[in-house]
Design a protein. Structure first.
Length: 281
């Protein structure tokens, strides 16, 4: 199976569109060395899938951030990405994780979807977390914001050797309402038969052929998904300028160096006394 791809598809005679996303390498890189509890890894996998699907669905050029936050043991979880499907993500814990549902992990909270287009105004949508699963919360978002019937199916698998996440998306097309609802109901019933191991282990063509072989799905060219942190030494230097030379030099005297770690990829940026002076000169 080709890894880390987003597929879009439509049907010849049905007023419904779909997306299928399958992610492995990007997911593995995102959670590597973070030592998240298993339910948090699963949550981040689902949030990664959701962000990829949202990026394709909302059709914009620019950046997107999808964040869950609340008063539960997971203070927040966020995926940052863009329309090129470059993704990174992180979770922050503030208590012991004892459950696996959205309510168990996030507690009383909400999802914030922030879109920053290359051109145009920034958009932000807030979605209450009123269901026990992320897919149901997102379905509620689409019905409220776009008033379009939408269904999502998520699957994740995290072991000592690998991490995989996948998602299936169906949405009615705003054409003939009566026909599109009928078409959607037909495809939804078929899609409900999908098994997690099929979503995670079979290539996209096989998945869609097994599900919709009588409905002739038409696939567009797939889009690659990749992990891209975006941190750099130059960006770290720009942040250090705001701290001030004297405070940084005092830090060097106390610790021998200034070390800044990226929260997303855990890369360390090291600065000695000469580096600090060079920044301000």
């Amino acid at each position: 199976m080709q890894q880390d791809l987003l597929h879009r598809y439509i049907f010849d005679q049905l007023d419904v569109r779909g997306e299928l996303v399958q992610i492995e390498n990007t997911f593995q890189e995102m959670i590597a060395n973070h030592n998240y509890p298993a339910p948090v890894q699963t949550l981040l996998g689902e949030l990664l899938v959701a962000t990829c699907l949202l990026t394709a669905t909302l059709k914009f050029e620019g950046e997107i951030a999808v964040q869950l936050q609340g008063d539960g043991p997971v203070k927040y979880a966020v995926i940052n990405g863009d329309d090129k499907q470059n993704m990174r993500g992180i979770a922050r814990l503030q208590g012991e994780v004892t459950g696996s549902s959205i309510k168990d992990l996030i507690g009383n909270g909400y999802m914030v979807i922030t879109i920053t287009p290359t051109k145009g105004e920034r958009y932000q949508g807030i979605v209450p977390l009123e269901h026990d699963s992320l897919d149901k919360c997102l379905e509620n978002y689409f019905e409220q914001s776009e008033q379009l019937k939408t269904r999502l199916w998520f699957a994740t698998e995290v072991t000592a050797d690998t991490a995989k996440a996948a998602g299936l998306f169906l949405q009615v097309l705003p054409v003939n309402k009566e026909k599109s609802v009928e078409d959607f109901t037909h495809l939804e019933a078929i899609s409900n038969t999908i098994k997690d191991e099929e979503l995670l282990g079979l290539d996209a063509n096989t998945v869609l052929t097994r599900l919709y072989h009588e409905d002739n799905p038409q696939l567009f060219e797939p889009q690659s998904i990749s992990f891209r942190c975006g941190c750099s030494r130059d960006k770290t230097i720009a942040a250090l300028v705001n701290v001030g030379q004297n405070e940084l030099l005092a830090d060097v005297q106390a610790n021998g160096e200034v070390k800044i770690s990226c929260h997303y990829c855990l890369k360390d940026y090291i600065f000695n006394e000469q580096d600090i002076k060079a920044i301000f000169n």
